[in-house]
Structure formats: C-alpha cells, structure tokens
Design a binder for this molecule. Sequence first.
Ligand code: PMT
Length: 391
Amino acid sequence: MKIVVGITGGIAAYKVPELVRLLKKAGHEVRCAATEHALEFVTRVTLETVSGAPLYSDLFASGRTEHISLKDWGEMLVVAPATANIIGKVASGIADDALSTLLLAFSGKPVVMAPAMNCEMWAHPSVQRNVDTLKSWGIHMVGPEDGELACGVSGTGRMAEPEAIAQCVRLLSQPTEPLAGQRWLVTAGPTYERIDSVRFIGNYSSGKMGFALAQALADEGADVELVSGPTSLNLVHPHVRVTRVESAREMYDVATKVFPTCRGAILSAAVADYRPSECADHKLKKNGSEGMHLELVQNPDILATLGQAKNASQTLVGFALETDNEEANAQHKLEKKNLDFIVLNSLRDKGAGFGVDTNKVTIIARDGRHKESPLMSKQEVARLIINTVTT
Ligand code: PMT
C-alpha cells in the first residue's frame, strides 16, 4: 500500500522514523509530508533517508501542486504526531500549509491520526469536540496514551507507540469484505402489466434505489441477485447478476426461486398490486365514444410470500412507499408480511421516492428500533440500509 506519513510539530515526531521503518518493513511504500514546526523535531535528511523519497513540506516549492499529486499517489494518510493545531485545522477546514492542504484534499481514503499533546490541551472541550468531528467523518484515532509527557507531567496525551500505529495501519489495509460468501436478493424498478400489445399499467419507479442497494451489497463482498423491472439502468459488477423482468408475476417467479439460497433479501421494487385480467394480443381499438372498462385482478405479493417462506437465518427487508399515516402503515406491513426491517419513504418528503437521485428514509426494525436518515443520495441511503440490516 502507498502510505503518506504526515508529521506535525510535537516532540513525539522523533519517533516517526521508527514508524516509517515499521511500515516499510511491512511492505508499504512511504512518503513523508511535514509541517514547518515538525522539522524542528525531526530532520528532513532523516525522513528522506528512512522513507527513500523526497519530503513534502513546502506548498509553494517550484510552484507544483504536490498536495494533489501526493493525494492521488497515497492510499492512506497517517498523521503522527497529530497536534491540537492540525486536528483543529482539519475540523475547521483550514488549509494554510502543505500538510493541512493535503489532508483536506485526501478524501475518500483512510486517514489515521495519532494525537499527541499536553494532557490539559487534550482534555480541552474544543480539542475533544474537534476529535469527535473528525471521528464522525471516519478519521481513525490511535491513542493518545496515558503516561509521562514531555512537559514533565503525567496524563493522557502521549502519542501511541509506532507499533500501535503500524498495527492500526495493518488492520485498515487488510481487504475487508464483511458480506463475502453471502448471497442477497434485491428487487428494483417498476413492473409493467400488459393491457394489450402496446399498452401497460406501470409506475414511476426508475430502479435507482434498488440498483444502489445492489451496488452497496456487492461493494461489501456479497453476491447479488438483482431482479429488475423495466429500467434504463445498468450495473456491471463481478458480484452482481441482473435478471430483467417485466411483470409482477415474472418478478415473483425469479424472486421465489432464488430466495431459498439467499442470506437475505431487500425488496425495493414498486410492484403493481393489480394487473388486467386479460391481455389482448393485438392493439385494442377505440370503441366509438364509449368508455373502456378494464377488469383488474390481484398480483401475487412477492414480499409476503418470502415472509412466509423465510427461515430464522434469513433477513427480509421490505420497502413502504406511503403518502399518509406513514409510520403506522409501514409498521402494519412489517408485521403482516413477517419482515425483519421495513424502509419507509414518504412521497410527502421533497426529494424522496420515485425517479430522483436522493431519498429520505426511516428504517424500522422488528424490535421497534427506528433509524431516520436525512435527505441523502440513494447511494448513501443504500449504504445506511446495508449497514443497518447486515449487522
Ligand atoms: O426506483 P426509484 O425511482 O429509485 O424509486 C424508489 C422507490 C420509491 C420505488 C422505493 O424507494 C420504494 O419505496 N419501493 C417500494 C414501493 C412500493 O411498491 O411500496 P408498497 O408500499 O406498495 O409495497 C410494500 C413492499 O411490498 C415493497 O417492498 C414492495 O416491493 C413489496 N411488494 C408489493 C406488492 C407486491 N405485489 N409484491 C411485493 O413484493
């Protein structure tokens, strides 16, 4: 793995060459980025020698955009020691030197920080608030540890030992696919119920929510059987098999066949409850000025069928698209269809539901727990649902 080690101005910087040595010994490629103050504690020559690469410390050196090329190069960023100053800068979005600029640019990849400072600084509410903010963004904190500090007092503030930081890097760099070996069924999109050879009864579902769920499951290592009604979406992923269907009955046939081999199912399709009792094999002609009567018959309920069939080790998740009495209706569906979770989205929430790229949901568990999301992209909603129903 390609690791950028960022060093800030604390006495514990003298331990960084040992950290770099451990990371290189573990097979990683390392480059260092240091603040000006860090170089008061550890020299450029030392860092360049142990890493075997030029040090990045000057935002304006030769006018290059090194913070961008380094963030493109690095797969993980480890800041050790992380002073109260760098923690505060990142929490506040301040980028005024080489390392803080790199930190803000380094998005979507793991960042580890090993805080080190005086114990009273560490306990200060502003530092604690900043640390909480960084944690909530997914930044991993190692330490600080209790012990004697450079200023002569004892307390919490010592930087974690290089071995502990290297161990955290080891855990984060191992590929983790928590759902590897699990098969999940996802239904997506609308169903079309034919009236004649050119007309159908359908709905506005685009399939976006279901495809995002399939992608999120596959990204966690699951093998996904995605059964989709008519949609223009496509998903090419080695872990996803897409079966295209048109009607509720076709979706029912595939879903009920696949479900017994699955660890769980998430049914996000907007399935037509009714279909015309007959489908003409030609285009129906206008019947003078008379109206037209369509007789509808009920479609099988896929979710309820899976709810009856499911065993104790399977997880079944339904969706509820409601317009009023949302929670009560969703709760009723959860019980009636024997579900483990139901994901409620309401057409009364702007930006939620059919067609749009965003959704806002409440995930209701069988035991009554509720988790509400803000309005987020369907990809983010999908990840929230997967995290909730697979843990
Ligand atoms: O596809 P998008 O444009 O991204 O829109 C996403 C969505 C709004 C379609 C999705 O988020 C959603 O709410 N899907 C469920 C829509 C729906 O049909 O809800 P329902 O309350 O009518 O159905 C309840 C549950 O039973 C659903 O899980 C549904 O898939 C299932 N069902 C319903 C009828 C039926 N015959 N068989 C079923 O399996």
